[in-house]
Design a protein around this ligand. Structure first.
Ligand code: SF4
Ligand code: MG
Length: 335
């Protein structure tokens, strides 16, 4: 399959008064055409910084992409000029966020905003762009789209605003849609409707989706493949079914143990991962998950494991999955 996006060894750091924070540290992953990849992890793990790096929307300073490649259809986005990136953003790669109010302009009607986005990227006149805006609002399931196109964002509910954002994102038929926690602020019923909508649009427009979420329920419903991030690194990569059947990394196991299951009595206490995400300025030596890991061994506190392919399409970064023969001995590890 064609690789729409191929991120290689991406590192994005934030330079603060107290030192450099490696928000994204040597991250590599890819997304195939028409595929949904979920990036999952707790807040602060580097998911959003990864997506903002792809779009080159990292606030700089203090942020900076310090290394790697971001190949989009084989071309490195990090070598594009700001002008070229402006043409790619919104046209070839579109993005939606958790809170649509922050990306919608309160003083323009939603129809005007979508039309504006269309005019910016395609050679169409105002009338045609407006027609396109109304069509897109209909496409995302907004009733009476001709009328609603003339409304302002504040006249709409949160769910409707997210539909508008999706309409705007899809209006230029992007090859890749990056969605950062698109349903997190919505109640469960609306959340399910928005996820349905994204699946429908993916089928109709053949868009690849990078979906960022902390919610494994969303992953189960949406993802073809998953990458799990912890403290700025990818710790596991897998096809979705295999990840749920047999999570390999203790962090992934902890995440899966902490979701409520319908087939278990509700009285059963949910397992939560003990401890907190490490301070990014003072990451522990060795495996960054070691302080929270129920399976940590001596070597884990000495030397960081590397992400390694353990079977076709499956990678994990954990000493448990390295042949003991190939693990450094105590002395080597400590050096
Ligand atoms: Fe746990 Fe060690 Fe694996 Fe890290 S490397 S996840 S500490 S077992
Ligand atoms: Mg985030």
């Amino acid at each position: 399959p064609q690789r729409v996006l191929d991120v290689r060894n991406l590192s994005t750091h934030f330079f603060t008064e107290d030192g450099a924070v490696k928000s994204v540290d040597q991250v590599s992953f890819y997304i195939n055409a028409e595929e949904t990849l979920c990036v999952v992890g707790e807040s602060g793990c580097g998911k959003s910084v990864t997506s903002l790096s792809i779009m080159q929307l990292i606030p700089s300073p203090p942020g900076k992409i310090v290394g790697g490649e971001i190949l989009f259809n084989g071309e490195d986005l990090l070598k594009k000029s700001p002008e070229e990136m402006r043409k790619i953003r919104g046209n070839d790669i579109a993005m939606i966020f958790q809170e649509p109010m922050t990306s919608l302009n309160p003083v323009y009607t939603v129809g005007d905003q979508i039309a504006e986005a269309v005019i910016l990227h395609q050679k169409v006149d105002k009338k045609e762009a407006w027609k396109r805006a109304v069509d897109m609002l209909r496409e995302v399931g907004i009733p009476s789209p001709e009328k609603r196109a003339r409304e302002y964002p504040h006249q709409m509910s949160g769910g409707m605003r997210q539909r508008v954002m999706i309409a705007m994102a899809m209006s230029c038929n992007p090859q890749l849609l990056i969605a950062d926690e698109p349903t997190t602020a919505l109640d469960v019923t609306i959340q399910a409707q928005i996820l349905d909508l994204m699946r429908k649009l993916k089928r109709e427009f053949h868009t690849a989706i990078m979906l960022i979420t902390h919610d494994l329920g969303v992953v189960a419903e949406m993802a073809d493949r998953v990458v799990v991030m912890y403290a700025g690194k990818i710790v596991e990569e897998s096809a979705t079914a295999e990840l749920f059947r047999e999570p390999l990394h203790p962090y992934t196991q902890g995440l899966l143990d902490s979701i409520p299951r319908l087939d278990q009595p509700t009285t059963e206490k949910l397992h939560v991962i003990e401890g907190t995400v490490p301070n990014p300025l003072h990451l522990p030596k060795g495996c960054t998950f070691a302080p929270r890991c129920p399976k940590a061994m001596d070597i884990c506190r000495e030397k960081a494991p590397v992400l390694t392919e353990v079977s076709e399409g499956r990678k994990v970064s954990c000493w448990l999955h390295v042949d003991p023969q190939k693990q450094p001995s105590g002395k080597e590890a400590a050096s």
